[in-house]
Design a binder for this molecule. Structure first.
Ligand code: FCB
Length: 446
């Protein structure tokens, strides 16, 4: 069996973060409020009332964090740009101080020999755009393309590859359908126009980026969907869930069409959101690589509640992370093979843009994280040996950070953060990842 040391020469090693989860400094240097500032202020929205107001204070401590990345020997660092730092109201005037922060960050990364991989949108929509309907408003897609132009005019000379959106599935479902994330709407399937407008935003921005000679990625949260039993009812439920979680966000980009959403009771034009020509705008720019955020497979059964076309059930035989997510590393390999079989030549190269796990703070050393990373990297090496084109791996996450509705309770970092003092302490998994990267390089060049 191939393992992680067999990953190809040139395989890119990275780590990932996102702006609202680490930056803090929410009121500094002209940053405008985002939906996460508003949502975290809502009583009961976040566990223990935590907010990202300070988070890891990365806005001020980024030199220390880049030193940690350099210590790992990373090739690349995936971070996100806070739209409302650059354009405080989402569309109006540019905030020079906001752009200057990312300019300094990018130069410091390059100085450390690390390639920046920015994500333009990781869920922190400017509140001013939310006040006009957020992603339910088609105009937001056009504002996003304008924002992409502003940012790449400033940073595009130093950064070859850009990610447009992070996980539009999670943002749509948690933010607009269920209301457990910002902006906290509970529209159930009527949330799906927000999905279409994000995909349109991706397509419009992808054209802007390609016009500037830049490469484009989209980071999707994809899961291996498995029916609970071979029964036709469970298979139908699994197909409906696969359409919602995976295909809705990948088919339009790679194939230029939506999957059949009738099992969800959603009309083909997604409640009038899909206009003639939209699918061309989404599909034609193409993707230079697909960003894959993978955490766990999903087991699906026929519904017990007639209001939903599926039930999500546990995978009791698998170990679980501190977050309660099942750990099934081979599901990553199976998912990649499935993507290749399903999309064929339409599947571009893949880069894993997130993968990692939350470990209880009291578990030191953090061996469950090392096991999680090692087994998922072995699964990637096996998928590559089976013919997949996988270019790199960005672990989630460099640092413990603000984990959305869970506040600071879920700890995904290679580096422990004491949120009272901001002290960073590399964990056992940090040393393990550093040594793996060095050993892989030595093995491949030797
Ligand atoms: C992903 C998000 C990322 C982080 C991880 C644990 O869905 O993209 O910000 O919260 O989950």
């Amino acid at each position: 069996m191939p393992d992680r040391y067999d990953l190809p020469a040139g395989f890119r090693w990275g780590a990932a973060t996102a702006a609202y989860q680490i930056e803090g400094a929410v009121d500094e240097d002209g940053r405008g409020p985002s939906v996460w500032d508003t949502f975290t202020a809502r009583p009961g929205a976040i566990r223990d009332g935590h907010t990202g107001a300070v988070a890891c204070d990365h806005y001020h401590r980024y030199p220390e964090d880049i030193a940690l990345m350099k210590g790992l020997g990373l090739d690349g660092y995936r971070f996100s740009i806070a739209w409302s730092r650059v354009l405080p109201t989402g569309s109006g005037p540019v905030n020079p101080a906001g752009l200057a922060f990312y300019d300094r960050l990018v130069d410091a990364l390059l100085e450390a020999g690390i390639t920046p991989l920015p994500t333009l949108f990781h869920w922190d929509l400017p509140q001013a755009l939310e006040d006009h309907g957020g992603w339910l408003n088609r105009d937001t897609a056009h504002h996003f393309a304008d924002y992409a132009a502003v940012v790449t005019d400033r940073l595009g000379d130093r950064i070859p590859t850009w990610i447009t959106l992070n996980e539009p599935f999670v943002h749509t479902v948690f933010g607009y359908a269920l209301g457990t994330h910002a902006p906290g709407r509970t529209l159930m399937f009527e949330a799906l126009p927000a999905a279409h407008h994000q995909l349109l935003a991706h397509g419009l921005a992808a054209s802007v980026l390609h016009d500037r000679g830049l490469e484009v990625m989209l980071s999707n949260n994809l899961t291996l969907v498995e029916p609970a039993t071979p029964s036709p009812d469970d298979a139908a439920a699994a197909a409906a869930y696969d359409a919602l979680h995976n295909r809705l966000f990948t088919d339009p980009v790679l194939l230029g069409r939506y999957p059949d959403l009738s099992a969800l009771g959603v009309p083909d034009d997604i409640y009038g959101a899909v206009h003639p020509g939209d699918l061309d705008l989404i599909h034609t720019p193409g993707l230079d690589a697909l960003g894959l955020n993978f955490y766990n497979p999903t087991r699906v059964a026929a519904p017990t509640d007639p209001g939903l076309p599926f039930d999500l059930v546990d995978i009791p035989e698998a170990p679980h992370t501190a977050f309660g997510w099942p750990v099934v590393p081979d599901a990553l390999r199976q998912l990649l093979l499935h993507l290749r079989d399903f999309y064929g030549k339409a599947l571009p190269p893949v880069t894993v843009t997130e993968n990692g796990c939350s470990v209880d703070e009291s578990t030191t050393p953090d061996h469950p994280r090392i096991d999680y990373l090692a087994t998922h990297l072995d699964a990637l090496a096996t998928a590559i040996a089976e013919g997949l084109d996988i270019r790199g791996y960005y672990t989630w996450s460099l640092l413990d950070n603000f984990e959305w509705a869970e506040g600071y309770h879920q700890r995904f970092g290679l580096v422990h953060v004491d949120f009272a003092t901001q002290k960073r302490t590399p964990r056992a998994s940090y040393a393990w990842y550093r040594d793996l990267i060095a050993a892989h390089r030595a093995h491949r060049s030797g």
